[in-house]
Design a protein around this ligand. Structure first.
Ligand SMILES: Cc1ncc(C[n+]2csc(CCOP(=O)(O)OP(=O)(O)O)c2C)c(N)n1
Ligand SMILES: [Mg+2]
Length: 608
């Protein structure tokens, strides 16, 4: 046993639990922990410019690779409350982040002491555990439990609040024999897999809805293997995007009322059995449930028992880790293949594959100001298959998800459920920290970019390069579009005559290029559609040369409505659809691939 301050034990535990990447900012009430991290020397810390930014950096770091747990640290009071949005975003998308806050000494906690807010109570509904540790002897155990909780079952964040005197109290602690606690995950049985395969065998048009739980379980290979074994099309959710490569023949396209492809929705509407794995039937995925469910049976596999039946009661459900469920399904399916054979879904799979060559939206616009669709076309052509996209919310995110392509797991990093404006930039810094050798591209609307814009300085100071594509319509675009229902355009414009304007993007208000440069980054502006690709390439070069964040701002036309609707069978289109392959040149499958078999022809006729 070694005698040490509780905070010295914390530093050792962070290292041993593999959570040595921290983001935050010091303050009087957390200085002891900073002194322990300094003395330890093995915990990397990135100094954020806003504590909320630190929480999103930790989140981005977590989402970058299986097993990652980002840590965010702040002092007491407002530092803790600033990180609440980060905890919410992490919890909503089942991401483990550890938030550590300093606190006033135990004796004054109920005396309205300076910055002595009850942060554990504030964070409780947004975390798997939120605890103010009152006894120094409990510090190691609380961290040990925190890591176990974050990793077990449905992953999620934890907050640990450490009063100043508790941090400084000496305890006996032995890191050499400290062991991370076992992590519990429910596992599907073969009997459950048999039932699922019976239901699949009874179906004609099964489809797999692949959720983020598959990425959390690092079960992408098992998913693809199972889909291939049975020839079942797969539609990833927004959180599961990348679980199967976009160009895989069985990837049938995303389904949803916002982030979707038209062929993805069309194929889903043809299905008669939906196998949801590690998904949560999010409302922006299902839209109107009557349409989504009509004529279909549903299987739901999820790690969290209380998720089953939360949105609607499935026909059959299994509580299991997605990876364990897929292994059970593979075991049983292989056995059946050898014994009695598997059902033949090849014609259905072919029809879904053929449909990927239909129903494309036009992207080849040459208008000036630029139409957003063109930006995503150029992004597809410039960024290779290895790019990691980071985004949050807005028309930018929705149109991006309709038109960009994702080929690898964890290469689409999106705060899907909470969608907090400002998440994109700091999360991209967390991702770039985790994957320094990969190309990280953030996608923001102008408003999202302006929230937390100061975090660009973090990237500049710490030399954390990433490319930030800012599509500027000088509007709260998504909200402007939703105000059409109220026949108003009220308090959603960001446009003004900037008195410092140099003439470029006149009337668009904020000069993002000047701000980004002022914060120590490189930035350039594109106003001509023919210059987008060059601008993106130049951005990548600048990023590599200077090792700082680079902003590529694209000036968009101010009003472009993006396709969306209330139900997946009635998405409203506002722009032209592609009539020729050349009008959607970066579509995964060129438009109008000829149908090959009579069965495929019949399926396609129905869609047409
Ligand atoms: C913190 C927060 N406040 C409000 C919202 C609601 N909201 C969603 S999108 C949006 C406007 C986004 O504008 P911009 O980032 O410019 O993207 P655009 O839709 O114009 O592409 C707003 C206000 C939110 N998601 N987060
Ligand atoms: Mg905007």
């Amino acid at each position: 046993m070694t005698r040490m301050r509780a905070v010295d034990a914390v530093a050792l535990i962070l290292e041993k639990e593999g959570a040595a990447e921290t983001f935050g900012l010091p303050g009087a009430a957390i200085n002891p922990l900073y002194s322990a991290m300094k003395a330890h020397g093995g915990i990397r810390h990135t100094l954020a410019r806003h504590v909320e930014g630190a929480s999103h950096m930790a989140d981005g770091y977590t989402r970058s690779a299986p097993g990652n747990i980002g840590v965010c640290i702040g002092t007491s009071g407002p530092a803790g409350t600033d990180m609440i949005t980060g905890l919410y975003a992490a919890q909503a998308d089942s991401q483990p982040i550890l938030c550590i806050t300093g606190q006033a000494p135990v004796a004054v906690l109920d005396k309205e002491d300076f910055q002595a807010v009850d942060i554990a109570a504030v964070a409780a509904p947004l975390t798997k555990m939120a605890k103010t540790v009152l006894e120094a002897g409990q510090v190691p155990g609380t961290f040990q439990k925190a890591f176990q909780l974050m990793r077990s079952s449905r992953p999620g964040p934890v907050l640990i609040d450490l009063p100043l005197d508790v941090q400084l109290t000496e305890i006996d602690f032995d890191i050499d024999t400290y062991e991370p606690l076992p992590v519990g995950k429910p596992e599907a049985t073969d009997a459950q897999a048999e039932k699922i395969l019976d239901m699949i065998a009874a179906a004609e048009h099964p489809i797999i809805v692949a959720g983020g739980g598959i990425l959390n379980a690092a079960a992408e290979d098992a998913l693809v293997e199972f889909a291939e074994l049975l020839d079942i099309p797969v539609s990833p959710t927004l959180m599961g995007w990348g679980a199967i490569p976009d160009d895989h023949r069985l990837m049938s396209g995303m389904v949803g009322i916002q982030t979707h492809t038209r062929y993805g929705n069309a194929s889903f509407l043809e299905s008669d059995l939906v196998i949801g794995i590690g998904n949560r039937w999010a409302n922006r995925h299902t839209g109107d449930l009557e349409v989504y469910r009509r004529g279909r049976r549903f299987i739901h596999i999820d790690i969290e028992p209380t998720q089953i039946g939360r949105v609607f009661a499935p026909d059959y459900s299994v509580v299991s880790d997605a990876g364990a469920a897929l292994q059970a399904l593979l075991r049983v399916a292989r056995r059946r293949r050898a014994d009695s054979g598997l059902p033949d879904f090849s014609a259905w799979a072919d029809a879904c594959e053929q449909r990927k060559g239909t129903l494309h939206r036009k992207t080849s616009f040459t208008d000036k100001p630029i139409k957003p669709q063109r930006v995503y076309q150029e992004m597809n052509s410039v960024f290779g298959k290895d790019v990691t996209y980071v985004t949050t919310i807005g028309l930018s995110q929705i149109a991006g998800a309709q038109m960009l392509h994702v080929y690898r797991p964890r290469h689409w990093i999106n705060a899907g459920q909470a969608g907090p404006l400002g998440w994109t930039g700091p999360a991209a810094i967390g991702v770039a920290r985790a994957k320094p050798d990969e190309t990280v591209v953030a996608l923001s609307g102008d408003y999202d970019f302006q929230f937390m814009i100061e975090e660009l300085a973090v990237g500049a100071q710490h030399r954390i390069p990433y490319l930030h594509v800012v599509v500027n319509n000088s509007y709260l675009g998504l909200i402007r579009q939703s105000q059409r229902g109220f026949e108003m355009d009220y308090e959603v414009s960001l446009a003004f005559e900037n008195i410092n304007s140099t003439g470029e993007a006149a009337g668009y208000g904020v000069d993002h290029v000047a701000v980004a440069e002022g914060l120590g980054c490189k930035a350039l502006r594109v106003e001509d559609p023919e210059q987008i690709a060059d601008g993106l390439r130049q951005g990548l070069d600048l990023m590599r040369e200077h090792q700082v964040p680079v902003v590529v701002e694209v000036i968009l036309e101010r009003v472009t409505n993006i396709a969306m609707g209330k139900a997946i069978d009635s998405i409203e289109e506002f722009e032209a659809l592609a009539q020729t392959a050349g009008e959607a040149p970066t579509a995964l499958t060129p438009l109008a691939a000829p149908a090959q078999t009579p069965e495929v022809e019949r399926e396609l006729e129905e869609v047409r």
